[in-house]
Design a protein around this ligand. Structure first.
Ligand code: ZN
Ligand code: MN
Length: 491
């Protein structure tokens, strides 16, 4: 029996809808959800004699994205026609970019989902601008065989980002897309709404199998229709198993079979064959004679660079090195978006300890936002006020559990300050004399625990804290332990 080594090889193509007001070559709105065929004009319908006018905003957003992905930005880029027939493509061609894309090679680096503190880097082949096609809607309910076309989406600006086949697991592919979406959100170039189709992924996938001292590759399959991150993961798991079984049955190898296209059926959990994949020569690409090539000036690049802001990878690194957060915690904060990062930074700037801010954001702040289906921008508690509370906890002025009471009080009474909250909750520091009396009472009521401690078992002391809190909610748990232990040892 030969030992098989199997490597899964995945490359992704991601279509991102850019956040423009109007389409790529006409003034029609790109707003989602309008009645069919109400956002169209002679240009996007491809009427003879109509001429395209390029949307500068789309180019600007493409450059900003390219810079964030470490891509080389072309000095000169041009528009090409990709010719094919489909009912949702009225012109008979799509305006895209063939041999001179706006963005050349780059890369995306992101946290390795399998190893905390490590990252993966996936190289990018290119990113180019193109217009979207329309939508075909098939009604296959019984007794009908009805297909309709909605051309509202025709001409919507897309940036197609193409990766090298550097991904080797479904989890890594999902992590790549998660990071890409996060980055695009930070850049403000797309709303990345997958349900509305603003972010669509196709995966090229095959297996490299080492057998009998040589490596064979199964035919590459392009899996389409991946409409959620979960779908990406499931489809890649399914497709890799399917290719393995196919190879075992037939020994089918790359070179014997052409590249295939399969669609993901989310309901059935399978990929199904679609049309044979065209070679790029089948599209008869040629430069669009209606559009002049585009020059990108150094000034345009500088302007785009200024729009980048601090990006996720840099922020993670800053939180880890300057604030000493664990990679996991830094990632949770960064993944919440710019607003939460700013909130964190402001609380730290106001003097609270970074680790405490991080854990309160992750537990209390995010939980509250979740419960109220709200955002950090609309949060009633300012970062500065939270910092004031956390500093009081750090200095021992308020213990942690009473701190949670203050937080809760603030949720119900927004705008009150710390002294007011303390007063309303009856929080006052307990002096040592009171504390001693309370501890003596506790020990009198719990002779078993006293005996345990005398035998050197200190665990029992923890059980006293709940009882101490009942007598006086303001007692500091650490002090309860300490004073009780001292009393027992002094006897
Ligand atoms: Zn139009
Ligand atoms: Mn495309």
């Amino acid at each position: 029996m030969n030992e098989l080594q199997i490597k899964l090889v995945i490359g992704l193509e991601v279509h991102v809808q850019l956040s423009t007001e109007s389409k790529l070559f006409c003034g029609c709105s790109v707003a989602f959800g309008a009645p069919p065929n109400t956002q169209v004009c002679p240009v996007c319908l491809g009427h003879p004699g109509s001429l395209p006018v390029m949307n500068r905003r789309a180019v600007e957003l493409a450059i900003r994205t390219g810079l964030a992905l470490h891509c080389e930005i072309a000095e000169v880029t041009k528009w090409d026609r990709k010719n094919y027939f489909y009912p949702d493509l009225p012109k008979g061609y799509q305006i895209s970019q063939f041999d001179q894309p706006i963005c050349g090679e780059g890369y995306l680096q992101f946290p390795d989902p399998e190893r905390e503190g490590h990252s993966l880097r996936v190289r990018l082949i290119r990113a180019h601008l193109e217009e979207d096609a329309g939508k075909s809607m098939h009604d296959e309910s019984a007794g009908k065989a009805d297909s309709r076309i909605d051309l509202n989406r025709t001409g919507t600006p897309l940036l197609e980002i193409v990766s090298y086949p550097d991904l080797n697991s479904p989890q890594a592919a999902k992590a790549f897309l998660t990071e890409l979406r996060l980055l695009l959100t930070y850049l403000g170039v797309s709303d990345c709404n997958m349900q509305e189709g603003s972010l669509r992924a196709d995966a090229n996938v095959n297996l490299h199998i080492q057998t009998d001292g040589r490596t064979v590759a199964t035919p590459i399959v392009e899996v389409k229709n991946l409409n959620s991150f979960r779908a990406v993961e499931r489809a890649l798991v399914y497709e890799s198993q399917r290719q393995y079984q196919q190879w075992q049955k037939t020994g089918e190898e790359l070179g014997e079979a052409p590249k295939q296209t399969r669609g993901w059926d989310d309901a059935q959990g399978v990929t199904v064959p679609q049309r044979e994949k065209e070679e790029s020569s089948d599209y008869r690409y040629f430069p669009d004679p209606d559009l002049v090539p585009l020059r990108i000036s150094p000034e345009q690049l500088d302007a785009a660079r200024e729009q980048l802001g601090e990006l996720p990878a840099t922020i993670r690194q800053r939180l880890e090195t300057e604030q000493k957060l664990k990679p996991y915690d830094a990632d949770v904060i960064v993944s919440q978006g710019r607003g939460v990062v700013e909130y964190f930074d402001r609380a730290v700037a106001a003097g609270a300890a970074a680790k405490r801010v991080s854990s309160w954001i992750q537990q209390d702040v995010l939980r509250t936002l979740n419960e109220n289906n709200s955002t950090i921008e609309a949060f009633s508690l300012t970062a500065e006020r939270l910092a004031e509370l956390l500093k009081a906890i750090d200095s021992g002025d308020i213990d942690n559990s009473r701190g949670k009471d203050v937080f809760q009080y603030w949720m119900e009474h927004p705008g009150t300050d710390l002294p007011a909250a303390k007063k309303a909750l009856g929080i006052e520091s307990v002096d040592l004399g009171e504390m001693e009396t309370l501890c003596r009472e506790l020990l009198d009521e719990n002779p078993k625990i006293v005996a345990q401690v005398q035998e050197g078992n200190l665990k029992g002391l923890g059980a006293l804290i709940g009882a101490a809190k009942k007598k006086n909610p303001n007692v500091d748990p650490k002090l309860v332990r300490q004073v009780c232990q001292q009393i027992i040892e002094a006897n």
